[in-house]
Design a protein around this ligand. Structure first.
Ligand SMILES: Cc1cc2nc3c(=O)[nH]c(=O)nc-3n(C[C@H](O)[C@H](O)[C@H](O)COP(=O)(O)OP(=O)(O)OC[C@H]3O[C@@H](n4cnc5c(N)ncnc54)[C@H](O)[C@@H]3O)c2cc1C
Ligand code: FES
Ligand code: FES
Length: 487
């Protein structure tokens, strides 16, 4: 097996002697690339943002911004990374390097004061600059809305970057001023070539290993041999465990590039989403096909996190406040579990068995999530959190309703944050089904919904607040649907 190595700003470097748990952030800084900063080490601030070349949605390669503080460097064996230092290009002979267009705009529009956050902003901004379909959404008339610039720049690209001294307006001005990459731009040209293939990795130092098997069968065999192994996909949860809780694993097994977990198929009777397809890829590839998922994604963490996070990882944590389970419960999704003895399909409603526990057996992997078709036409996802973006839910409610001729034929409601596991609001569903979609029904059902689950008091919210929000959520949905049909 070839020694593990990574290409940083065009230069290939061995990963050794870094420990298997070393993050990309620490690896870069130890090699003098100190533009990449540590602000929080838990995916919250974006000071560590770097660009990674990944298989593209619309072009062979996408430049994707990720949190270098969360990703183990061994996970990027054979991959290409660009840091803020690598964005600038050689300038005039004998002169200083030429700033990258996003760096130039940040400089001339006063987008940086102390500069600590700036390299991270610049990398997130560069990823959006190179998004192939950005310019297709540009408005020649110069129009903007709260979230999009006249150049098609989607401000969500910066939702994972925090600045504590400049203020966001000059940063937004810079983002909305960047133009289109030129034909000579080396990173734009790089998008036309295939992204690096995943590399089978077995990187061991001082008794601990990072292993990337090439196939699902190899992975399942390894998980059978190493019951202590920790499975990692996007590492947005695991990276926090490593950095903040100092967790170490004897063996980490990467599943994020397994082809069997990377498929996304829209069939006649269901959509199958591979457990290792990132949330950004699902968002772009489904492009609104599942409206409930389309509502979920902008409210799930930040673009930086969604660029790595997966559904397999969100379900794999078994967290009662994960945002995808309420949505997937409302969609009546099933989980495809792969084990040494083959596959089994478990309805998500039967998957969770207790706090962070599930029917998944040791050695089993989530291979995919299946969403049955057709979809219920009335759908909404309400995430109640302290901040609008990049926050953990206090309560999350997902609705999927079939309403025909003014009567609720079918109601599926998924809840997060009100019990030890994500749950279906079964009593509320029963209170709605077969009844007219009218204020009286909805008010009665909202009272039932307030009583669902066993919400608790914690630092995010009180149990009373959580219950109140459940009821409000249904009233809000009713208001939204009736406003939509009113003349
Ligand atoms: C700043 C920040 C903000 C966040 N915001 C949100 C949010 O708004 N909403 C939300 O729900 N979550 C949020 N999260 C949590 C996290 O991003 C999600 O849970 C994400 O979906 C995890 O996916 P991953 O691929 O990164 O998982 P990983 O970290 O790679 O893995 C997480 C767990 O799942 C297991 N696992 C991974 N893949 C599989 C598989 N295929 N089969 C079986 N087990 C598997 C792993 O063993 C591990 O235990 C946030 C995290 C951070 C750091
Ligand atoms: S250091 Fe804050 S997100 Fe990585
Ligand atoms: S410029 Fe100081 S934190 Fe952003």
């Amino acid at each position: 097996m070839v020694a593990a190595r990574i290409k940083v700003n065009g230069k290939t470097t061995p990963i050794s002697p870094a420990a298997p748990h070393t993050t990309v952030l620490d690896f870069l800084r130890e090699r003098g690339l100190t533009g990449t900063k540590e602000g929080c080490a838990e995916g919250e601030c974006g000071a560590c943002s770097v660009l990674v070349a990944r298989p593209g949605v619309d072009k062979p390669t996408d430049w994707v911004a990720v949190n270098a503080c969360l990703v183990p460097v061994a996970a990027l064996d054979g991959q290409e990374v660009v840091t803020s230092e690598g964005l600038a290009t050689a300038g005039e002979p004998g002169g200083p390097p030429a700033l990258h267009p996003v760096q130039e705009e940040m400089a001339v529009r006063g987008g940086s004061q102390c500069g600590y956050c700036t390299p991270g902003f610049v990398c997130s901004m560069a990823a959006e600059y190179y998004r192939p379909d950005r310019c297709a959404h540009a408005d020649p008339a110069g129009g903007t809305d709260a979230e999009h610039g006249p150049n098609g720049f989607d401000l969500h690209a910066l939702s994972g970057n925090l600045c504590r001294c400049t203020g966001y307006r000059p940063i937004r001005d810079a983002a909305f001023a960047v133009g289109e990459p030129t034909d000579e731009d080396p990173l734009a040209r790089r998008r036309e070539e295939p992204a690096p293939e995943p590399v089978a990795t077995d990187y061991t130092r001082d008794g601990s290993s990072f292993v990337r098997p090439g196939t699902l069968a190899e992975t399942l065999r390894l998980l059978g041999e190493r019951p202590d192994a920790v499975v990692v996909a996007g590492s947005t949860d695991w990276g926090v465990e490593v950095n903040i809780r100092s967790r170490r694993a004897g063996c980490v097994v990467a599943v994020d590039r397994l082809p069997e977990l990377r498929e996304l198929r829209v069939g006649a009777d269901h959509i199958e989403i591979g457990a290792a397809v990132t949330l950004t890829e699902i968002e772009r590839r489904l492009d609104g096909t599942v409206p409930l998922l389309a509502e979920l994604f902008p409210q799930f963490a930040s673009r930086l996190i969604r660029n790595s996070a997966t559904l397999g990882g969100n379900l794999g944590t078994g967290s009662p406040i994960g945002d995808s389970p309420p949505v997937l419960l409302a969609l009546e999704a099933s989980v495809v579990l792969a084990g040494a003895d083959g596959e089994r399909v478990v309805p998500l409603a039967d998957y969770f068995t207790g706090y962070r526990r599930s029917v998944r057996r040791p050695g089993e992997l989530i291979r995919a999530v299946r969403v049955p078709l057709p979809l219920s036409p009335v759908a909404a996802f309400h995430k109640i959190a302290k901040r609008r973006f990049d926050d953990i839910s206090s309560v999350a409610v997902a609705f999927a309703l079939d309403i025909e001729d003014g009567t609720v034929r079918k109601a599926r409601i998924g809840l997060g944050g009100v019990a030890a596991t994500p749950i279906r609001a079964l009593a509320t569903e029963a209170a709605l089904e077969g009844r007219p979609w009218a204020a009286e029904t909805v008010e009665a059902a909202a009272r039932v919904l307030r009583g669902e689950g066993t919400p608790m008091d914690d630092h995010r919210a009180s149990s009373l607040y959580r219950s109140a929000m459940l009821g409000q959520s249904l009233l809000k949905l009713y208001a939204q649907t009736t406003e939509a049909v009113s003349p």
